[in-house]
Design a protein around this ligand. Structure first.
Ligand SMILES: Nc1ncnc2c1ncn2[C@@H]1O[C@H](COP(=O)(O)OP(=O)(O)OP(=O)(O)O)[C@@H](O)[C@H]1O
Ligand SMILES: [Mg+2]
Length: 472
């Protein structure tokens, strides 16, 4: 039999593992704490003394078999269950073999290691694992912050002390924005423009997403199936799905974050649906037809302005149509989690709410006139934390909805010139969406042109809005 030689592995081989991580110090902290947490610890004590870091945990500890056949074997791991975050059997090269010297006190074993050489001996039994590592590093002052940050951005329920300070803060993810079959994406209420990716509530890495929003992606399942071995990234399909969502989100964050369910009511006005007919030309017969409110309403579609141009698929609860004391049919769409204040439902309108609807309707009607668009359309209100107004489609007709309230549900508009001007500017924007879904350059330049024309008509239009009566 031919004698083969074996590839040499040196201390340098393991030292160079640091280059495989975005930030090896942060990765070191993540890997040492993740091992302690995977060991079902409820208490962790960290002390940092120059370049000597000691981490004690009261977890299950290791026996001789685990030490020899898992910890000291490259790519060996004892973890293959859903509840563990580890499983690659890779962290040891960064944690120990690439460092100068380390000691592990675990149950009744003591390990002394120098780089990738180690010696196991027996000692008296003590619960848990104490790991002391002489970190080969010149940059010691940052270690405290790395440990604190890991814990503060985790959802771990145990107790941890760092240099005697108990760190109590944890990161509770905010409102859910979307579900993937491999995890849940939530909003975080600070604006650092990063997405934090966690597995089992443990922070794995952060990635820049822009847009002044912060997100937390809590992955379901084992990091082995979801992440690259250095845990600084996700694997193929998962990464693509999340990137596609973020791409849409960056183009139109409001649309991406929208809660996709709502209640919609059509309030039937005395004169039916409002129709803008040309004064000059003969009114076609089918235009007369749509003067009557259509009995069969199709699905409601809110036009999105994201990359795909797809419409948002709203889960709509259609409430029965109601006859109301308003001149024209109007649509009320509620995207809040609670009911709309009664003063804003057409049958119980307060004076202000009535003026807001009328002024909004005048603005939309006049825009149809100025830009010579013939159409039947609905106006009305949208109640939402995300939208100031929206343009959509109801029963095959365009609809233009204004959000009349702020986040505390107080009315935003009053019968004053200033508010009418603001409303008119919003109306021009929403009106422009009947020509284009996207907030792209073309939309912007057309909007500018239309604004120019409207500024010219301004005083006359504002007067009509303040009077609040549509002159058909
Ligand atoms: N603090 C600890 N308490 C108990 N067992 C531990 C501890 N640290 C490491 N181990 C054992 O050593 C094994 C190897 O650890 P290592 O971190 O290298 O790999 P892993 O955690 O299994 O996978 P990964 O590379 O994904 O972290 C673990 O599977 C675990 O059995
Ligand atoms: Mg590990």
């Amino acid at each position: 039999m031919i004698d083969y030689e074996v590839v040499q592995i040196t201390h340098e081989t393991f030292k160079s593992a640091r280059r495989e991580y975005d930030d090896w110090r942060q990765a070191w902290v993540r890997e040492i704490l993740q091992n302690s947490i995977d060991a079902m610890s409820t208490f962790i004590d960290v002390t940092i003394d120059g370049n000597k870091i000691t981490v004690y945990d009261n977890g299950c500890g290791m026996n001789e078999d685990i030490l020899r056949n898992k910890l000291f074997v490259m790519n060996a791991s004892s973890k293959n269950c859903e509840s563990s975050v580890g499983g690659f059997g890779k962290a040891k090269e960064l944690l120990f073999f690439g460092q100068n010297e380390y000691q592990i006190f675990t149950n009744d074993f003591y390990v002394h290691g120098i780089a990738h050489r180690y010696k196991i001996s027996k000692k008296d039994f003590e619960i848990g694992t104490k790991i002391v590592v002489d970190i080969d590093d010149e940059d010691s002052p940052r270690w405290y912050n790395y440990f604190a940050k890991f814990i503060k951005t985790s959802s771990w329920k145990g107790t941890i002390k760092i240099d005697g300070d108990e760190i109590k803060e944890r990161l509770v993810a905010g409102d859910k924005v979307t579900d993937f079959d491999f995890g849940t994406l939530c909003r975080r209420h600070n604006a650092d423009s990063y997405m934090l990716v966690r597995v089992g509530g443990m922070p794995m890495y952060e990635t820049y997403i822009g847009n002044n929003t912060s997100l937390v992606l809590d992955l379901k399942g084992k990091s082995y199936d979801l992440l690259t071995a250095n845990r600084d990234n996700m694997t193929g399909a998962h990464k693509q799905a999340v990137q596609a969502w973020i791409c849409d989100f960056n183009k139109n964050s409001k649309t991406a974050l929208i809660k996709k369910n709502c209640k919609v009511t059509l309030y039937k006005g005395k004169k039916g649906i409002l129709v803008r007919k040309s004064e000059k030309e003969e009114v076609p017969e089918d235009m007369e037809m749509i003067y009557r409110t259509p009995e069969e309403h199709g699905p409601i579609i809110i036009k999105t302005r994201d990359s795909g141009g797809d419409s948002i698929k709203l889960e709509i609860e259609r409430l029965p149509d109601i006859k109301a004391n308003v001149p024209y049919d109007c649509v009320v769409q509620n995207m809040l989690t609670h009911d709309i204040p009664t003063a804003f439902t057409p049958n119980y309108f307060g004076v202000n709410a009535r003026w807001v609807l009328n002024a909004w309707t005048v603005a939309i009607y006049e825009l149809h006139k100025i830009f010579n668009v013939e159409s039947a359309f609905y106006t009305g209100f949208i109640f939402s934390k995300d939208f100031e107004a929206c343009q959509g489609n109801y029963g095959g007709f365009p609809m233009f909805l204004l959000n009349p309230v702020d986040n505390e549900c107080n009315i935003k508009y009053q019968k004053k010139r200033f508010y009418a001007c603001k409303m008119l500017a919003i109306a021009v924007h929403e009106f422009s969406h009947i020509f284009s879904n996207y907030h792209d350059e073309e939309f912007a330049s057309k909007l500018t042109d239309r604004m120019g024309i409207i500024l010219d008509e301004g005083p006359h239009l504002i007067k009509k809005m303040l009077e609040g009566e549509v002159c058909v």
